[in-house]
Write a protein that binds this ligand. Structure first.
Ligand code: GLN
Length: 313
């Protein structure tokens, strides 16, 4: 997509959208992870970064929140880089599930396949594929280095969140063992599950997520640091994964009404990628029933409409 937006126009539009969306009510914080239930529900921030590196940030854009499922995008990029698109397709898949992010039914329906790196099953499988195989510390370093490259700064795990998730991740334990029985975990099972849980507990800001989104939009070249993080030809692979399953069972509704591929996390974040045009991230903790932030969805959609942008147009 080729469309240039000036920073002045972007600033005006993001300001307006922020004002229009800031009082939207509805949704509840994720309550199945105790830490997330206690995050201030009124936090709200939005960040946009253009391919030239210029940015607009409004609201709580420096607040550090749990990346949660948006981490799946980071690790998908990592294994695409390490193994290439064909191997990722064969080992995990690239299919929409149309079902909740932690669906066991989806694994059974896909006939033992994790289906995509952007649902829990595929993300645990993706963590098992990260190199170096068999070395938990080495794999974690690779995951963190990749986060740093994409965000433009090194994030840190929110220890309290990691503890909270580790103590309550019963469904993910079932998913990991089910995948193991289907030979879809390619390293130690508990190590792969732990890496997944830990990466979900990484703390990020909306600025950091927008930098990652802008790097994907900019064909792997981080517009903030100037570093080529991944080969440009991976951008369509990443955006296609995000397009098909980024909002789980409501992904079709989202694409239809917003026109931008985006990925959510139960921490309240949304990361949106418009290839060649911009990267966007919004954050607000209360979620709808599919686990997607109510206000973050609203503000991204409003910005898209005001800029008259749509991937499918
Ligand atoms: N850590 C969460 C989980 O595994 C992530 C889910 C999400 O953000 N949708 O359940």
């Amino acid at each position: 997509m080729r469309k240039t937006i000036t920073t002045t126009r972007l600033q005006k539009v993001v300001n307006e959208a922020y004002e229009e969306c800031k009082d939207i009510q509805g949704g509840v914080n994720a309550h199945y992870i105790p830490y997330l239930a206690n995050v201030d529900s009124n936090l709200f921030g939005v960040s946009v970064i253009l391919p030239d590196g210029s940015s607009v940030n409004i609201g709580d854009t420096d607040y550090i929140f749990g990346v949660e499922s948006i981490s799946k995008v980071f690790t998908a990029i990592l294994i695409l880089k390490e193994l290439g698109p064909q191997k990722v397709l064969q080992a995990i898949g690239a299919d929409a599930t149309g079902l909740p992010f932690n669906s066991i039914f989806a694994i059974l329906l896909e006939k033992d396949h994790p289906s995509t790196p952007l649902v829990n099953a595929g993300a645990i499988s993706a963590c098992s594929l990260v190199e170096p195989i068999g070395d938990s510390d080495g794999k974690w370093k690779t995951i963190m280095d990749n986060f740093e490259d994409l965000c433009g700064e090194r994030p840190a795990v929110i220890d309290e969140l990691y503890k909270s998730e580790s103590e309550t991740n019963f469904t993910n334990r079932a998913i990991a063992w089910l995948l193991k029985s289907y030979d879809r975990i390619y390293d130690d099972v508990l190590m792969s599950l732990d890496l997944y849980t830990r990466q979900c507990s990484i703390g990020v800001t909306s600025r950091m997520l927008a930098t990652c989104a802008a790097t994907i939009a900019n064909h792997g070249l981080n517009p903030v640091t100037g570093k080529q993080v991944f080969p440009g030809e991976l951008t369509p692979k990443i955006t296609s994964l995000i397009s098909t399953v980024g909002f789980y069972q409501t992904t079709g509704d989202w694409l239809y009404s917003s026109g931008i591929p985006a990925k959510s996390g139960v921490g309240g974040g949304v990361l949106g990628v418009l290839p060649g045009v911009m990267g966007i991230a919004a954050f607000s903790p209360p979620l709808d029933t599919a686990g997607n932030s109510v206000k973050a969805q609203a503000v991204v959609k409003t910005i898209m409409q005001k800029l008259d942008l749509n991937l499918f147009n």
